[in-house]
Design a binder for this molecule. Structure first.
Ligand SMILES: [Zn+2]
Length: 202
């Protein structure tokens, strides 16, 4: 249950501009691995507060920091955890899942034909009708106008070279890509856990 997929799902619920402290339904907990490193850099290892509290009661996590907000029930008053750490270490898989989000992340949320950040879609580099498959190596981020313009042609036929040949990234490569995208909002208690491994500049 507590795997990378769930974390990604949780992160997707969260709008970039959202202030998690504004309402109770959006007080996500940053999830740290048992060695206190974030489970994933981006999307942030976030769980909805309900999941975080459930995990606390199942003894699966330790609370590292909390919001000032409290949840009340007949049986309990409890501050909502803002940072939690798994008790059991989760081994990261070498290769990330082939998801829409991860393709965007690999491509830095940038159209691989023109560099635009707007109206992003996916394009089969080798079109499906020419046998192109839906794989890491054949799917790239493309803006809608470029997608239309390219149509069912190869980049060569369309005269639209691809910025970066698509590859299947390792989890490490994807995390590196994630570091280019600081999240729109960081709760102050998260910062220490997110930036501890950033290299110091000479
Ligand atoms: Zn484009």
């Amino acid at each position: 249950m507590f795997n990378a997929e769930l974390i990604e799902k949780a992160a997707r619920f969260r709008g970039v501009d959202e202030d998690p402290t504004r309402n109770l339904s959006a007080c996500p907990a940053l999830v740290l691995n048992a060695d206190y490193t974030p489970l994933s850099y981006y999307p942030l290892s976030l769980w909805p507060w309900q999941t975080a509290i459930k995990a606390v009661f199942l003894d699966r996590v330790d609370i590292v920091a909390s919001y000032d907000r409290e949840v009340h029930s007949p049986r309990l008053d409890m501050k909502i955890p803002s940072v939690i750490a798994l008790r059991q270490y989760v081994k990261q898989s070498e290769f990330p899942a082939f998801t829409r989000f991860n393709v965007f992340l690999r491509d830095r949320f940038q159209c691989q034909y023109c560099g635009s950040h707007e109206h992003l879609t996916f394009d089969h580099v080798t079109p499906r009708r020419l046998g192109g498959r839906t794989t890491w190596e054949n799917i790239i981020t493309a803006c809608a106008p470029c997608n239309m313009k390219k149509g069912g042609r190869t980049p060569k036929q369309a005269g639209m070279p691809v910025y970066q040949a698509p590859i299947r990234p390792t989890s490490w490569q994807l995390q590196q890509a994630g570091k280019l995208f600081p999240p729109g909002y960081l709760h102050e208690t998260w910062r220490d856990w997110l930036y501890w491994d950033v290299e110091l500049e000479a």
